[in-house]
Design a protein around this ligand. Sequence first.
Ligand code: GRF
Length: 218
Amino acid sequence: MTAPPKPARVVVLISGSGTNLQAIIDAREAGDLPVEICAVISNKDKVQGLERAQKHQIPAIVVDHRQFSSREDFDARLQYIIDAQRPDIVALAGFMRILTPAFTRHYEGKMINIHPSLLPKYQGLGTHKRALQAGDREHGATVHFVTAELDGGPCILQARVAIDTADTEQTLAAKVLRQEHRIYPLAIKWLAQNRLRMRAGISFLDGEPLPTGGQQYQ
Ligand code: GRF
């Protein structure tokens, strides 16, 4: 008899409240996500995401970026700590640091991020405000592979929300976040099941190239 396949090892990087981390933990605990969350790493001390990890007996590690004199030194230390976990997947979940090209190259094809916009629209910060100011009728969230270009790697999965005339930055952020919690665990599951790959700057799901915005979540 052959042993069942080992669950993919996931390291989650956070900087804050960690609601996406919570969605990943919940999906795993519900039996919907065949992964082992081996560590949660934050560049900030005392954030809620660390408490969430501890509550679920997941090792929670702080690597405070302020202790390093350069981005390169911080990333090198971060890489050392991540690699000690032998991860198959590195999931950025509200990790608010710009990463060096050497770091992103090291995890190419196995590091993903969730971004609160319909990429390639609105890379960077302030996405909800920008969507409202532009008078957009819809907005959303995207999971994408991480490359050296900030929020610029190939898209994997995207969920859309309608913008109502009454929406404020806060109501829109909450709507988008609800969708984030649906799509992030699903994208991680695809990666864990080896259904997802990045080749030549394109995402492939089950061997088929995905469109620019990634698979659309229904
Ligand atoms: C989310 O909006 C995510 O898209 C962005 O940062 C936020 C993190 O929220 N990258 P949380 O820490 O998961 O609650």
